[in-house]
Write a protein of this length. Structure first.
Length: 584
């Protein structure tokens, strides 16, 4: 069931060809329809008067560059189906090179460098790539580990050539020569809907990083669902604070402004630079993790900044705190503008979405009482079920028990963008994917999340399945139990963990104090308030034990998801040593 590098290439010729499935075709269509509209704007510092210095490309210019690079890759020896690792800095080069590799028929391998060198190399060993398109430091690292990458013979350095690689300038020149020799300006490799397009590795924040196999039709479906749901139109200007979303913008015909930030450290973003980009370039929509808007929102409130032209803000990657929704809502003065919080996963994106207005006016109160976080209604074409939790693989959708509205269970989803398998991970694929005999080829993905549906068809997220605390009196769900404590002014973050064996775990709430809490040396003043808050709600009434942690460990990609596994181990040692605050 898992493709090897060879089978990825073999499958290229077996799929029915399609003119529209390859997302790079969407870029070409926009180049024809609006050739002179700007596709990419990349700030590159400031001049003496503080004005932004930019690199920019029109849709026609970007499409021409993609054609030349794709032709150059082909001339250099990159074949359809070759797994090629792309490691370049976020920006114009990332977008043009990704589209070019898609157009050349290569399988783009994307690995988050923020996960650490050891994890990156483990992912690379698993893929066994045919080559690297990467910046010089990556090419040097590849060369030093030459024995590990014997099959990586097609290496392109985005910069001057080093250690057996070819320079990107030479590749572009090769492409121009080939197109000129062929007497045409465009490069084409036929790809089918189900042909492999990319292997995107999960961040590994909730387990070992896994390569998610994307087919061309899945990217096309994602772009269309996002465009339709949020009514995105040509003429919009997007600020994507997560690199992959720049690809969607170009495929939708929208101008992309590259933010001045390190995308691997969104919690450290300089809010002033985000504000300047929105103002200087007339940004109409922006995407970022909650960590980004948690920096931008308070900055704008403090300085009285408003965005009259910003139509929509998107935030995903983790539950968005109420404080972030409130602060960003104050900034958005365009009629009808709000912050939207799409829900999904690398394996199936998008699934649902909800706007900040509905959250603040309606679902917030329920969340604070322990209902869970409402993540909204499904996108068009997305099916969502909540089923009785199952440990182990599920062979068929006919084997599941669908739960009625209001009951918490395991979330499974199916859509045109739902991926079918992990790369070379047979057991993980079997554990996460469910066949649907009623529709050949249809796959349901098990999100690994717990939640419920309400009578309005909205999905409520209650936490990760792996984070359920199994007590003697029944299961406790992380997001449900944490929310009441987050209403306390001294609580920055709260995390539910379990100590002990499954079925008899002791629930513990770990608290990270808010920066404004005025903490001195003792937490005793806070204990009574925590205990009183726990007693107010059925979902938290059984929680009597509390710990204080100086700074929660969080995920690499979005800097927001709490690493509850690490906290559980930390709590275990504290409980064993008797370091526990509790009231009975």
């Amino acid at each position: 069931m898992q493709p090897s590098a060879a089978s990825l290439a073999d499958s290229q010729s077996e799929s029915a060809p399609s003119d529209d499935s390859n997302i790079s075709t969407r870029l070409r269509q926009w180049a024809e329809q609006q050739p002179h509209s700007l596709a990419i704007i990349e700030p590159n510092g400031r001049d003496r008067l503080g004005r932004p210095i930019v690199r920019q490309l029109s849709f026609a210019g970007l499409d021409r560059e993609v054609d030349e690079l794709a032709a150059g890759f082909s001339e250099y020896g990159i074949q359809p189906g070759d797994p090629i690792v792309l490691m370049v800095r976020a920006g114009l080069d990332f977008i043009s090179l990704t589209f070019a590799l898609f157009r050349a028929g290569a399988v783009v391998v994307l690995i988050d460098p923020g996960m650490g060198l050891r994890s990156v190399f483990r992912c690379l060993d698993e893929v066994d790539p045919a080559g690297f398109v990467a910046i010089p430091p990556v090419q040097v690292a590849r060369a030093l580990r030459w024995n590990a990458f014997r099959n990586a013979t097609k290496n392109v350095c985005v910069g001057p050539k080093v250690f057996g690689s070819e320079s990107i300038a030479a590749i572009s020149k090769l492409g121009r020569g080939r197109l000129s020799q062929d007497g045409r300006s465009r490069f084409n490799v036929t790809t089918g809907d189900s042909d492999p397009a990319a292997i995107i590795f999960t961040s590994g924040s909730t387990g070992p990083a896994k390569g998610v196999c994307y087919e061309h039709k899945m990217f096309a479906a994602q772009a269309e669902m996002i465009r339709s749901r949020f009514k995105i139109e040509p003429g919009d200007i997007d600020l994507p604070c997560f690199p992959l979303f720049g690809l969607f913008a170009a495929a939708i015909g929208v101008t992309t402004v590259i933010p001045e930030m390190n995308p691997t450290k969104p919690a450290e973003v300089d809010p002033a630079k985000i504000v300047d980009a929105i103002r200087d370039f007339g940004v109409t929509q922006a995407f970022g993790s909650p960590a980004v808007w948690n920096r931008v929102g308070p900055y704008c409130e403090k300085n009285g900044i408003r965005f009259p032209g910003l139509k929509r803000v998107l935030s995903a990657g983790a539950p968005v705190p109420i404080s972030v929704l409130e602060s960003m809502s104050h900034c958005l003065t365009f009629q009808g503008a709000e912050l939207h919080t799409p829900y999904g996963a690398t394996e199936s994106l998008p699934v649902t979405s909800i706007g900040s207005r509905e959250v603040l006016e309606e679902t917030r109160a329920l969340t604070e009482r322990g209902r869970g976080t409402c993540v909204g209604r499904p996108f068009d074409g997305v099916a969502v079920k909540v089923i009785q939790p199952v440990d182990g693989p599920i062979d068929s959708i006919d084997d599941v028990e669908t739960l009625p509205a209001g009951e918490i269970g395991e979330i499974i989803v199916s859509s045109r963008s739902t991926t079918r398998q992990y790369f070379r991970r047979v057991e993980q694929t079997a554990a996460a994917k469910v066949d649907d005999p009623s529709e050949p080829g249809r796959i349901w993905h098990r999100m690994g999340d717990m939640g419920s549906l309400d009578d309005q068809g909205r999905l409520w997220f209650c936490g990760r399945k792996a984070h359920v605390v199994h007590t003697k009196s029944g299961p406790l769900y992380s997001v449900c139990c944490e929310a009441p404590f987050l209403t306390l002014d001294f609580v920055g973050r709260a995390a539910l963990v379990g100590v002990g064996d499954r079925g008899s775990q002791r629930p513990v709430i770990v608290i990270e104090l808010a920066k404004s809490s005025g903490r001195k040396t003792s937490n005793e003043e806070f204990i009574d308030r925590l205990v009183a808050k726990a007693a107010e709600h059925d979902v938290t009434r059984s929680i009597e034990r509390f710990l204080f942690h100086p700074s929660f460990p969080v995920d690499i990609r979005h800097n927001v998801k709490i690493n509850r596994e690490a906290l559980a181990e930390w709590a275990k040692t504290r409980v064993a040593s008797g370091e526990m605050a509790e009231r009975k």
